[in-house]
Design a protein. Structure first.
Length: 174
């Protein structure tokens, strides 16, 4: 059954219960007051159910920047918009300035958080040699995060990551 079908059936059920309540209040009020009480209870329960269904299946809204990020990175991985919205909602946005080290080789401890570069640019160096540039909409520490999931823990970062431009990151909640 589709979501819209369930909503329409629940609305029709509410209308039927309201009509029965109106009929019971007009005709049977003296003979069966429990009919009014039960119908009122059923209307209340059904209305709560309809509201819960609408809230659960309400479309998720993302900002234009986050929608672009979702379309590029997370949609191909078949992650729902609702899950991504929770990721953004509970994640923390951090701003770094030019020249600041995100991690220093063999000095900075590896944490279990996943960082995503939202804007700006970073360079990755190992022993002073340039390895790659991290562009916006890319994962910053995906290698360390993935190794941590498989039980191969590193105590410190193996490379240095330095801000080439001021940028913002989104940190995955723990």
């Amino acid at each position: 059954m589709t979501f819209h079908f369930v909503i329409h059936v629940s609305k029709l059920r509410s209308v039927g219960l309201i009509l029965t309540l109106w009929w019971a209040s007009e005709i049977v009020v003296c003979k069966a007051p429990s009919l009014i009480i039960w119908n009122f209870a059923f209307i209340l329960i059904n209305s709560c159910y309809v509201c819960a269904l609408i809230k659960k299946h309400f479309p998720t809204f993302l900002s234009a920047e986050m929608l672009e990020f979702y379309e590029l990175i997370f949609k191909p991985l078949q992650i729902s918009k609702t899950d991504f919205q929770n990721f953004v909602k509970y994640g923390k946005t951090e701003t770094y300035s030019f020249g600041r080290h995100f991690s220093q080789e063999h000095r900075t401890n590896v944490d279990k958080k996943l960082y995503i570069l939202l804007s700006g640019m970073m360079t990755v160096r190992c022993d002073g040699f340039f390895l790659q540039a991290i562009q916006p909409m890319e994962l910053i520490n995906s290698v360390e995060w993935r190794c941590n999931q498989y039980g191969q823990t590193f105590t410190t970062y193996q490379v240095s990551k330095i801000q080439s431009l001021s940028h913002q990151t989104l940190r995955k909640p723990t």
